[in-house]
Design a protein around this ligand. Structure first.
Ligand code: ZN
Length: 135
């Protein structure tokens, strides 16, 4: 299943748990795995508690790890300004896989599936969800 998400960029967090849970339900899979993937090199998918304080803390961490105004070789090669976004997306990764147990995502109580858009401004992101049955 594929769908589009509109984001604001610059550390925008989007909770994908509900659409992924709906895809699992529609699939009819009882035991297996759900993989969520963003087709982009400046956005990432992870799991975290979807909570504003943590989002703020993570934005501060991103800025310490890779300052947005930093000077990166990517900027010189391509003439753009999103080198920090590319690096953070590479570190966090584009996907997560979550076990499906008894027909539902086996997430922790405070664990959501979250898209993080790291690019400079609003984007439209394509999300792919694949639900596979285990034998
Ligand atoms: Zn770039």
């Amino acid at each position: 299943m594929r769908f589009e998400v509109s984001t604001q960029g610059r550390g925008d967090f989007i909770d994908l748990t509900e659409p992924v849970a709906a895809a699992v339900k529609r699939s009819g899979v009882k035991e297996g795995v759900a993989t969520v993937f963003v087709s982009a090199s400046t956005a990432a998918v992870t799991t975290m508690e979807f909570e504003k304080g943590l989002m703020s803390d993570l934005r501060a961490l991103f800025e310490r790890l890779a300052p947005a105004a930093g000077d990166y070789e990517h900027h010189q090669r391509w003439g753009d300004r999103n080198g920090a976004a590319h690096m953070l997306a590479a570190i966090i990764g584009p996907s997560v896989s979550v076990p499906v147990v008894d027909g539902v995502l086996n997430l922790g109580t405070w664990q959501q599936i979250v898209l993080i858009d790291l690019d400079e401004g609003p984007r439209s992101r394509q999300i792919e969800i694949a639900v596979c049955r285990s034998n």
